[in-house]
Every structure is written in C-alpha cells, then in structure tokens.
Design a protein around this ligand. Sequence first.
Ligand code: FCB
Length: 476
Amino acid sequence: MSTARAFPADFLWGAATAAYQIEGGVTDGGRGVSIWDTFSHTPGRTLGGDTGDVAGDHFHRWREDVAHMADLGLGAYRFSISWPRVQPGGSGEFSPEGIAFYSDLVDALVAAGIEPVVTLYHWDLPQELQDAGGWANRATAHLFAAYAERMARELGARVAIWTTLNEPWCAGFLGYASGVHAPGCTDGAQALAAVHHLNLAHGLAGRAIRGVLGEAKLSITLNLHVVRPEDPASAADVDAARQIDAVGNRVFLGPLLDGAYPADLIADTAHVTDWSFVHDGDLATIHVPLDVLGVNYYATSRVRRGVAGADCEQADGHADSAATPWVGADDVEFVQQPGPYTAMGWNIEPAGLTDLLVSLHATYPHTPLMVTENGAAFGDEVAADGAVHDARRIAYLHDHIEAVGAALDAGADVRGYFVWSLLDNFEWAYGYDRRFGIIRIDYDTLARTWKDSAFWYRELIRTGTLPPASFPACVP
Ligand code: FCB
C-alpha cells in the first residue's frame, strides 16, 4: 500500500486572488480609474463585455471572505493592492479610505493567524499614468517605488512577504505587444521598454521597502514558461525554444538574479529596439537580493521554427491577436499540446511543474521558491444537492501538488503553494466565463459556496498530507 505524500510541517499553504478580479467597489472610497476599468469598458475587449465593476464584491464582503480563509485553515493569503484605490492618480495624494481597507484586511488576517502575502502590482495601473505612457514611460517605475514605500510604511511588519509585481511578462507583453490585456497596445519596442521599466520598478520598490522595513521579505512572482522544442533533434526547433526561453523567462531572471540581460535576447530583438532605455546603474538597481521567487504555473508549451505570418500557429494559451506577444520571435510557432485541457484550453501536465522547480533550483540554488499560483478553470455546475462536485479540479490540484512534492524530493527548495484561486473571479479578457475558484461565487446573489475542492484543500492543510483525489469531499 502506498503511503500518502507528506509535506514539511512549515510548508506554507495558501490561496491567491488579485484586486481587480475580486474587489468590485470601483468607485468606493475615492478609488481612481485603472487601465483595466478602461479596457474592460471598451467594447470588444472582454468576453461578453464583462467588467470588474462588481466582480466578487470582496470590497464589501471581505470579512466574510476572511472567515472562509480561516475555515479553510490557510497559512497565508496572497492578495494584491489596487494602486488606484490607495493613490487614485498614481502620483500625489493617497486615499486614507483606500489604505484603511487594506490595513483592516491585514489586521483581520493576522488576527486569524493567516500570513498576509501582498502583491503591489497585479496589473491595475492608474489610468492617469497610462495617459502619460504607462510602463513604456520610465517615470512610472519611480512612481511605483514611491507607492511601494508608502504601503510599507502603512502596513509595515504585519505583512509576511512583499511581492512587487505579478507576472510582469503578462503586464509587458500581453499589455503592450499583443494587446490582449490592458492597456491594449501592439508595439514590440514599447513592450520591451515596458518590461525593462517593470524590472526597474521591482528593483526601486524592493530597495524602498527594505529602506522602510529593513528585514522585509522581498519577492516577485513570474509566470515562467516551460517550453520545449517540438522536435528535440531539430537544431531549428531547439533554437526556437531557446528564443522563447529568452523572451519569456530570462528577460526577467537575467536582470533579477544574474544582474544582466541575456546577450542572446539582445541579439534576437536588435531589429526591434536598441535597448537604449537601459540606463547606467539600472541593472545594479534591479539586482536587489530576493528572499523568495514566486512561480506561477499552469501548463507547458512546445515550439518549432516556422514562418512568420498569418499561418503561424500560435497555440500559446493566450488570447488571439494579430500581433504576437513574443517580440522578435514572429517565426516561432506554438504547436497544439496534447490534452487533456482545462476550460482555458491549457494542457494539463503536472510534470512540467516538477521540471520547472527543479531546473530553477539547479540554476539558482540559493533562491527559495514558492508556487504562488496554480489551479484550473473548469465548467463547474451546481448539482441538485446545491454542491459543486468539481472532481476535475481536485484531480488537477492533487496531481500538481504531488508534482511539487516530487520537486522537494529532488532537492528543490520550495517553501509553499498557493492555489489559484480562493474565489471565482474576473478572468481578465475571459470575464466571468472561466471559473478558477475553490469557492464558487453566484454572480446573481454574490453568495459564496465551497466547491468539493475547498473541502479537499482544507483536508490537505489540516493533515499536511495529500488526500486522495477521491477524498469524500462534502463534509462541512
Ligand atoms: C495568471 C494571473 C491570474 C489569473 C491566472 C489564471 O496569469 O496572474 O490573475 O488570471 O493566470
């Protein structure tokens, strides 16, 4: 008989959300407009024209949500601060009501024994800053550091981990190159400038936070791409994978952890930009010591060297656009992965998570890792008994958490796991159509209902061992 997988006693079990995806309350307390308000209200940008105006109404129901977290037994809660809620225009005046919202939330979490893991930027840039060029404008990085410093003063040592940015790859490349995310620009050179300014913002903010809080634990969360050549024997395909690794992963890992942009990335993109937006001293600023690297993982990719143009297959898991997010790699094709798939069309491959964690540890053995997002959207249904029997989500979580265990066995220094997501929420360009929560939200009544996966996750946290995917879930 096989024994259940046991995790270290101090392994951190959490759940993650992001401000624009759950809060609603977009005009409450003097909140300013963000690029996602503008984008979601622009016809044709989101599925069904969905917006985050109400979302899960967490802004008004956060006490109830913290009670759910306490019932789950979460060790940590990863949430993001909406910059325009605390500083409506992104510069100048701060909003006392906005700051109080997060301060009260942090107090409630601490009182419930849940570690607050804060993300300062999960994509909702103040619109006023976008009007001045957004992340393509270097000034935004300095304004971000000023905002970070203020939040460090306000929330202080109550915060367990300060994460500067969530998935700057998406913010930079989906926002400025393919345009499927806010602000919806399609300019490769601007995207690379935006990416550099996001990296710079991380360094400036990290130093500002440490300036206020000294020993603060600093982090950044990346969506690293597990990319493989379609034909490992083809030099062209191997080179395509190298190129995607450069513009998908090393464009961040290089400056953050090695203090330099990779030479091959600069060469691959030389026809797009001369990189003159990188100023003297920037790389030293970005290379601020990290306490933990956040890793978001959902699926894998396979690529081959093809031909640029309309026939170029782009099954990269991101929404379709005439413009590629893979700047400089127009002739790299993303081929359809074998299934099974989630409702996002993303392939389910738990072994990719083990590979990613093990290879990161091999390259950066002194950087602790944390899985800051992992989870799945499925077409959940409410059964006649009122429950949501989301067996496919349980299987997905089971297999991926087992994959984290396999990485621990292989020596990777993984400190925690956060399920995406605590609640059903606004899934960006896909609106409310894709449900990732372990807790269901009825968008008519805003009622919260635990799915079977929430009961399963609670059992995992309670025991520290992986329950079988068949765990009889509905035991409230
Ligand atoms: C990640 C985002 C998160 C959520 C999941 C499904 O890219 O960080 O907000 O949308 O994907």
